[in-house]
Design a protein around this ligand. Structure first.
Ligand code: ATP
Length: 325
């Protein structure tokens, strides 16, 4: 069975119990397992495919908690490393009145950033596997090198690489550092998911279509552009496809993008996607894949948190069945 490997941060999001105040004024928080790669892996596992995470956790209670949560979500944690040298990553979040989020990350460094290239076993990957990564762990660290090795190794087996920039500016010295890292790694991916909020920042281009087309560089064969409640657009070398969003009662959009990517990668694993058939698979099955991914993202917004809010496959299929978009 083809497997997903998601490399990067696995952390705890501490979500405020009060809304509408600055982070310094929040009195109490609720813990939620998170980190985009963990969310994507949990979605893929929940839909029924094999999903692993490649990360490092502190040998602390928060690391124990995350390991347990990943395991409960069906994610294979065999390759998760532990360390005494740093604590498990934490992110404290505040929700402003306008719905925007403020983050304060505890990672100077956190354990995930210490995963080194020596701890990536190149022999792990087999033909048909997919590697997914984001930009949160691309700051200069052993983990950045670990990403390079994992990407090289999965490509050597003929596997597919998927990238979601997932811009988090507070993690970077300045915005230019973040953009530079994204632009270095993006061309290594075959599939890129980007949101409407990130496109102009990453490309420096205001016109949407021109900006999306500018992302076809290096190995990139497909760009999927997500537009929140409006759904998503998929671009391949042969054209573009639009899929409207599902109408749901959105409560918390945390993890919607990851649930979308998880839904898409689940389908690509099922269809044995590889760099040599990705474009034709997407051209042929775009409607089915985008619909499933949109339904997966939409349902995740109807509950609080990311992993805890993921729907199961039956719920996704029910929404697709009852709502004809
Ligand atoms: P995240 O909040 O996880 O960072 P993102 O910015 O990466 O998300 P979005 O474009 O906000 O990505 O959402 C991803 C997908 O989730 C959308 O393409 C859509 O399918 C679904 N989605 C997000 N918000 C809504 C909503 N309010 N109603 C319905 N579907 C939604």
């Amino acid at each position: 069975m083809n497997r997903l490997y998601a490399i990067g941060e696995v952390l705890i999001d501490f979500i405020p119990l009060q809304k509408g105040c600055a982070l310094k004024d929040v009195r109490s928080f609720e813990r939620a397992p998170g980190g985009a790669p963990a969310n994507v892996a949990a979605a893929v596992a929940k839909y029924g495919a094999s999903a692993h995470v490649l990360t490092k956790l502190g040998r602390d209670a928060f690391g124990d908690f995350l390991l347990e949560e990943l395991h409960n979500a069906g994610v294979d944690t065999t390759h998760v490393k532990r360390t005494d040298e740093a604590n498990t990553g934490l992110a404290f979040v505040s929700l402003k009145d306008n719905g925007e989020r403020d983050f304060s990350f505890y990672r100077k460094p956190s354990a995930d950033l210490l995963l080194s290239e020596n701890e990536i076993d190149a022999a792990l990957f087999q033909t048909g596997d997919i590697l997914h990564f984001g930009s949160v762990d691309l700051v200069d660290s052993p983990m950045k090198q670990a990403h390079r090795k994992a990407i090289r190794a999965v490509k050597e087996t003929g596997g597919l690489v998927s990238f979601d920039p997932n811009v988090r500016l507070p993690l970077w010295n300045d915005a230019e550092d973040c953009r530079r890292a994204i632009l270095e790694f993006l061309p290594k991916a075959h599939l890129v998911k980007i949101s409407d909020e990130e496109l102009a920042f990453i490309t420096g281009i205001e016109d949407e279509e021109t900006a999306i087309l500018s992302l076809f560089r290096g190995d990139v064969q497909a760009v999927v552009y997500t537009r929140g409640a409006h759904g998503a657009e998929l671009y391949t070398a042969n054209g573009s496809y639009t899929a409207p969003g599902f109408k749901v009662d959105a409560q918390d959009t945390t993890g919607a993008g990851d649930a979308f990517v998880g839904g898409m990668l689940f389908h690509l694993l099922q269809k044995e996607a590889s760099p040599s058939n990705l474009t034709s698979l997407l051209d042929e099955h775009h409607a089915e894949i985008l619909r499933f991914a949109n339904a997966s993202g939409a349902l995740t917004t109807t509950n609080k948190g990311a992993i805890s809010a993921l729907p199961d496959k039956a719920a996704v299929e029910a929404l697709m069945h009852f709502q004809n978009t």
